[in-house]
Design a protein around this ligand. Structure first.
Ligand SMILES: *Cc1c(COP(=O)(O)O)cnc(C)c1O
Length: 376
């Protein structure tokens, strides 16, 4: 074995820094029919349902691939060919759902708000009032583009009042922002192995209302993305339809058991909120400004406006931080230059303080006076 060298800490939206225990869980081979593998798979599925209080009402359907595969599979399976979606968009992941529906040939309309503004509840209510053909409402929980937290409980209340089906992309919030199926009415909530649950990349999953999924036979536009078929066959023989991502599931099983031992959603929310608070305070002390006011900020990833100081060159800043052991992330905003720093992954206050120290040193080296952005 090669000597262990510390990888850079990933202050990104994923893939993320994982624990040594999670990495070590992958040091085996499993046949897809191994009893131990089948047991792990069942445990992962059951626990994911429990994280959102979905026992008895919802089932977990996993799928090979990154998070977008789970989004595409869920939309194609749940929205019938004659259905029509209303997509609430305030960032790139909402826009991606529209693109997915273009490919799938499903009708949709959009309600769009700017990237620093939560989805518009009044517009949602009005759209559902005026268009009875809308069958599904799609919303992103934490829009990772900006880090904004959308008001999914209010969205769910409005969708339920109008009798429409709600699908939540909670990719970057699942497990860290509390959601209970007993309090929030949704037909599906989606996430992946490599975000707040701190597994490695390779599988997504949807927690779907069983009574709804039972009626979805024949909806899907692609065999590999048919979650009805994936569910049916997994229920029948406990196995995945096609080659399972065995090592991803083993790592995920370990990551989830560490998650539960660390206090589940409350524990994770607390650690990430603390990371976020340290980051916000430290960056503001250096003059940086955030895109979002604190009340809209999810404790997941923070968008900072690009500093005005001409000595600040993002590419150099990025490279120097990387060389010092911290990876940050470019911005994804369409409106203004920005960059992002994540609070998630197997990181705590020591890592956040370490990153801030390196950021300060890097600014000094670059001759940047402060992080104050161009006045709006
Ligand atoms: C990460 C993420 C996805 C999925 O992205 P992949 O790159 O396919 O894993 C979808 N929606 C949101 C909100 C995300 O943060």
């Amino acid at each position: 074995m090669t000597e262990h060298v510390q990888d850079p800490w990933l202050l990104t939206p994923g893939p993320l820094t994982t624990s040594m225990e999670t990495k070590q869980a992958m040091l085996h081979d499993w046949g897809s029919r191994d009893a131990s593998f089948i047991e792990m798979n069942a445990r992962v599925r059951d626990t994911l349902v429990k994280i959102v209080d979905g026992e008895g009402s919802h089932v977990c359907v996993p799928i090979q691939g990154s998070g977008s595969f789970a989004v595409e599979a869920t939309l194609g399976t749940l929205i019938p060919r004659n259905g029509k979606a209303l997509i609430l968009i305030n960032g790139a992941y909402g826009t991606r759902m529209a693109k997915i529906l273009d490919y799938a040939g499903r009708a949709y309309v959009i309600n769009e708000t700017p990237e620093d503004t939560p989805v518009d509840l009044k517009a949602l209510d009005a759209s559902l009032d005026s268009d009875a053909s809308i069958s599904h409402v799609l919303v992103v929980h934490c829009e990772t583009t900006s880090g904004i937290l959308n008001p999914i409980a209010d969205v769910a209340e409005i969708a339920a009042r109008h009798g429409r089906s709600l699908i939540i992309d909670s990719m970057s919030a699942f497990g860290a922002v509390p959601v209970s199926a007993k309090e929030i009415v949704f037909d599906a909530i989606l996430a992946s192995s490599n975000k707040c649950l701190e597994g490695i990349p390779g599988m997504g999953f949807a927690i779907i209302r069983q009574a709804v999924l039972e009626g979805c036979e024949g909806n899907a536009h692609a065999l590999t993305l048919d979650l009805y078929d994936q569910w049916k066959s997994m229920e029948a023989n406990k196995q995945w339809r096609f080659t399972p991502p065995t090592h991803v599931i083993a790592a995920f099983d370990s990551a989830i058991s560490q998650y539960l031992a660390a206090g589940g959603v409350a524990g994770r929310n607390k650690r990430y909120s603390n990371n976020c608070r340290i980051l916000l305070d430290g960056m503001r002390a250096l003059g940086f400004e955030t895109l979002l006011p604190d009340e809209l900020q999810a404790p997941i990833i923070v968008t900072f406006k690009m500093p005005a100081d001409p000595a600040f060159v993002f590419e150099d800043f990025y490279d120097q931080l990387k060389d010092a052991g911290y990876v940050i992330y470019p911005g994804k905003l369409t409106v203004a230059p920005s960059f992002r720093i994540g609070c998630i992954g197997n990181l705590d206050e020591n890592h956040m303080n370490g990153a801030l120290k390196v950021i300060k040193e890097t600014l000094d080296k670059m001759g940047v006076v402060n992080g104050v952005p161009v006045a709006a």
